[in-house]
Ligand binder design. Structure first.
Ligand code: SAM
Length: 337
């Protein structure tokens, strides 16, 4: 029979549908240096006051507790994580947390050039860069900032430093970047990049529920003009993307299909928002507060208990589909994309 302390160390985050949750995505800030039209509200909005955002030590404590519950992977995101001061030291400290095997980062790439070697030295090996166009003028139009060259230079610098894989996230938007889908797919034939086409999800005030969504089958048809797409067999640790590669390509392409084929059955994710709320599904407004107990001197065991209870309420599946575009409230930048 296990002693109580052994039982605690054996406890795993398994939800009511027998999914093992071992992946925590953390939004460390809701602030961003870009204003992507499909992500951020276009009218003025209030960012979280600093004191409402979790401090690094608070996040580290939650991660350490989650790691005792079987979380082995964390991804740091935002908002834009690289706008937060002290991020490289934080990444380094995260990487030293017992039992954590992988710390990765999602960024828009604009601040990578001055930071990428420090990020690498902090032990991060995998990076996702969000880039929705390869044209400088269109980048400015989508993001409100003339910074394409910085983002591209950031990707190239990450490549020189040996980050692998480098995933490039492209949100597919009808009438905005559907003329560039093949250009993005072509990158996988030149570079070892993983190009990920993401179906746009109607989240928060920025959702474009009136626009017809651009779904994975249509994107696949577009990019198939470049050659035959061979499916890549799934590995147990794979994310939600359906993966393919062109013959002899150093890179690959993938489709993330929250609307046209949801991947909830294989979901292994939980999320910590910048304001310290635990979300068990990106596409549900249900969340549980961790900040108040953290700041109210809760013990690790009490926090663990709150996490375990929240997990037991994780939905079997989200309700979004190509036929039901009823959006989720909240800002993607605060929840963490
Ligand atoms: N600033 C970082 C970045 O740009 O990668 C991290 C945060 S951003 C919210 C994370 C990802 O969410 C980006 O790839 C972005 O394109 C994506 N995203 C934002 N709003 C989205 C939406 N409504 N549907 C699908 N993806 C979205």
């Amino acid at each position: 029979m296990l002693k109580p302390e052994q039982q605690a160390s054996e406890q795993k985050l398994i939800d009511s549908y027998q999914r093992r949750l071992n992946y925590l995505r953390i939004s460390i800030t809701d602030r961003c240096n870009l204003r992507c039209s499909y992500c951020q509200p276009q009218t003025p909005f209030r960012v979280l006051p600093h004191q409402e955002i979790l401090r690094y030590e608070e996040i580290q404590r939650i991660v350490a507790i989650a790691a005792t519950l079987g979380v082995t992977k964390v991804r740091v995101t935002g908002g834009e994580p690289l706008v937060r001061k002290g991020i490289c030291g934080f990444l380094d400290r995260l990487g030293r947390i017992n039992r954590l095997r992988d710390v990765s980062l999602t960024t828009n790439g604009v601040l990578l050039p001055p930071n990428v070697s420090k990020i690498r030295s902090a032990g991060v090996k995998r990076i996702n860069v969000s880039l929705d166009t390869l044209q400088a003028a269109k980048f400015k139009q989508i993001t409100g900032r003339d910074a394409f060259e910085h983002a591209w230079e950031g990707i190239m610098a990450a490549r020189r430093l040996g980050f692998a894989p480098i995933k490039i996230n492209v949100v597919a938007l009808k009438g905005v970047n559907d003329d560039e889908l093949t250009a993005f797919a072509e990158l996988s034939q030149t570079y070892p990049f993983h190009i990920r086409f993401i179906e746009h999800m109607p989240i928060g005030d920025a959702c474009r529920t009136t626009a017809e969504p651009l779904l994975a089958p249509e994107i696949k048809k577009h990019v198939s003009v470049l050659g035959r797409l061979k499916p890549i067999a799934r590995k147990s640790d794979d994310g939600p993307a359906e993966r393919y590669a062109f013959d002899n390509a150093p890179g690959e392409i993938g489709f993330i299909r929250p609307l046209s084929r949801h991947f909830c059955g294989a979901c292994n994710r939980i999320r910590l928002t910048a304001a310290g709320q635990l979300r068990t599904c990106l596409l549900s407004d249900h969340q549980v507060d961790l900040k108040a107990p953290l700041r109210g001197n809760a013990t690790d065991a009490e926090i663990k208990d709150i996490i375990v209870k929240a997990i037991s309420k994780k939905n079997r599946a989200h309700k979004l589909s190509a036929c039901n575009l009823k959006g989720v409230s909240g800002r993607m930048s605060a929840i963490g994309g």
